[in-house]
Design a protein. Structure first.
Length: 198
């Protein structure tokens, strides 16, 4: 499951799309310095947006709350659940990673980067508990299925408020994207040292 993702913001994306539709951004902890990061990992703090009155609050939030057993909850199944009474959030990203078995001769798992075709940035649907966020997951779409049996819930650009306000029915949001919407790139081992996934 997704346990690391990427966010290298530029030109205020994807937050600018909220301003364009008249949503005020609020920074209750001060405007965060969001540095470009190739690998945001479980336990790291990262920007998330939540609904706050007529606006949207952006704050740096820890990824993963502790389960009753003490394990980090970083992904949370959305199947057959309603989040109408949850504190919903959107997590900005421009890529996320999945891992498959190591190629022959390699000790580390093969790492794949997924990006959204024709979208420099996108949103991941999430929820907040105990001051931390988790990404929602669903069944894998056709672009993810060859690599993993689950996937995070990705929201197209322009769909953040649909999730924050639940202005679209949850089943229409908490599902995989259609085929061809995601591009995949082998990150490790570099393609010249390993075979491409088939």
């Amino acid at each position: 499951m997704c346990n690391t993702y990427r966010f290298k913001p530029f030109a205020e994306q994807p937050f600018e799309e909220l301003r364009e539709i008249g949503i005020a951004l609020e920074f209750p902890d001060g405007r965060p310095n969001i540095e470009p990061r190739d690998d945001i990992r479980i336990g790291d703090r990262a920007p998330v947006a939540t609904r706050a009155g007529a606006g949207v609050t952006v704050r740096m939030t820890k990824w993963a709350w502790a389960s009753p057993q003490g394990r980090p909850v970083f992904n949370f199944r959305s199947d057959d659940r309603s989040f109408a009474n949850s504190l919903r959030c959107v997590i900005p990203a421009d890529g996320f990673y999945e891992f498959t078995d190591a190629f022959p001769g390699q000790k580390r798992k093969t790492k794949w980067l997924f990006t959204m075709v024709d979208a420099p940035a996108f949103w991941i649907a999430g929820v907040i508990r105990d001051g931390a966020f988790a990404m929602l997951t669903t069944t894998p779409g056709p672009d993810i299925a060859p690599y993993h049996d689950r996937q995070i819930v990705l929201l197209e650009p322009g769909r953040a408020m649909d999730w924050l306000d639940l202005s679209t029915p949850e089943p229409d949001l908490l599902r995989p994207l259609p085929a061809g919407r995601l591009a995949v790139e082998q990150v490790f081992p570099p393609p010249e040292t390993g075979q491409l996934f088939s």
